[in-house]
Design a protein around this ligand. Sequence first.
Ligand SMILES: [Cu+2]
Length: 118
Amino acid sequence: MPFSRTLPKLTMFAAIALVSIAATGTASAQSATEIQLSYKDKKFDPAEISAPANTPIVIKLKNLDAKAMEFESKTLKVEKVVAGSSDATINVRAQKPGRYEFFDEYNEKVARGALVVK
Ligand SMILES: [Cu+2]
């Protein structure tokens, strides 16, 4: 008897949870800001990019150099190796206003840029 009472409730709860997860995923995908960024001769172009606050950010990075690079930002908590002459998509979660530095970890001293969130 207890089973027949609790099971429908649990199923209903699971269904609601799934629906809300799906809704959230769709909403954030739609509002994401997409930014094109290229990397050549150990330089980011543009060196400064910007995005609105509180929305997810998608950075489309083109590594135009023949060597691999590693896009890294400690403040944005992202790190991604991008092979030479190839593209990568870097997903950044929604941020508060501020200036977030990023760099190529393989050329940290020279290859630097910043994301300005307003
Ligand atoms: Cu790293």
